[in-house]
Design a protein around this ligand. Structure first.
Ligand code: SF4
Length: 133
C-alpha cells in the first residue's frame, strides 16, 4: 500500500542541483556504458578509463574533485542528456525517495522540480513504470 495517489514533478532543467554539490555515485549498467560511449564516439574501453571508476565492484561516473559536480555537467547543463544514465533519468522517483511522505518531503528540499508550478502529476502506475524501467 503506497502513501500517495499521485506525485507532482517537473525537472527545472537549469537547476542541476542533483548533479552537483554532494559526493555520490552515478551507477552505470552495460547499456548506459554502451550508449554514452556511442554518443561520445569513443570505445567503451576509452569511456570506462576516462569517465568512470570502479566502486564496490560496480561502475560509477567520476565527479569533479573539488565540488563533486558530475563530470558531464557543462555550464549547468547535462552534456549527455539524451543518453543520461537510468539513475539520472528516473530521479527523483527512486524507491528510497518515495518510500514515505517524509522521504519525499526530504527530497523536495533538494529538488525544486517537486511540486513546482509547472509540475506534471504522475499516477502510481506511471511511477511504477519508471521504477521498473
Ligand atoms: S534537482 Fe530536481 S529540478 Fe533540479 S535538475 Fe535535478 S531533478 Fe531537475
Amino acid at each position: 500500500m503506497t502513501w500517495y495517489k499521485t506525485l507532482r514533478f517537473k525537472c527545472q532543467k537549469n537547476c542541476s542541483d542533483c548533479c552537483k554539490g554532494f559526493e555520490g555515485y552515478v551507477w552505470l549498467d552495460k547499456k548506459n556504458i554502451e550508449e554514452i560511449a556511442n554518443f561520445l564516439k569513443i570505445t567503451t574501453k576509452e569511456f570506462l578509463k576516462k569517465y568512470t571508476r570502479s566502486v564496490f565492484g560496480r561502475i560509477s561516473l567520476i565527479e569533479i574533485k573539488n565540488n563533486f559536480e558530475c563530470i558531464f555537467l557543462k555550464d549547468s547543463k547535462c552534456s549527455i542528456y539524451s543518453v543520461r544514465p537510468k539513475q539520472c533519468s528516473t530521479y527523483p522517483f527512486w524507491k528510497q525517495n518515495i518510500s514515505s511522505k517524509k522521504a519525499w518531503e526530504d527530497v523536495k528540499n533538494d529538488c525544486p522540480g517537486i511540486d513546482s508550478e509547472d509540475a506534471k502529476e504522475f499516477t502510481k502506475e506511471e511511477i511504477e513504470d519508471i521504477l521498473n524501467s
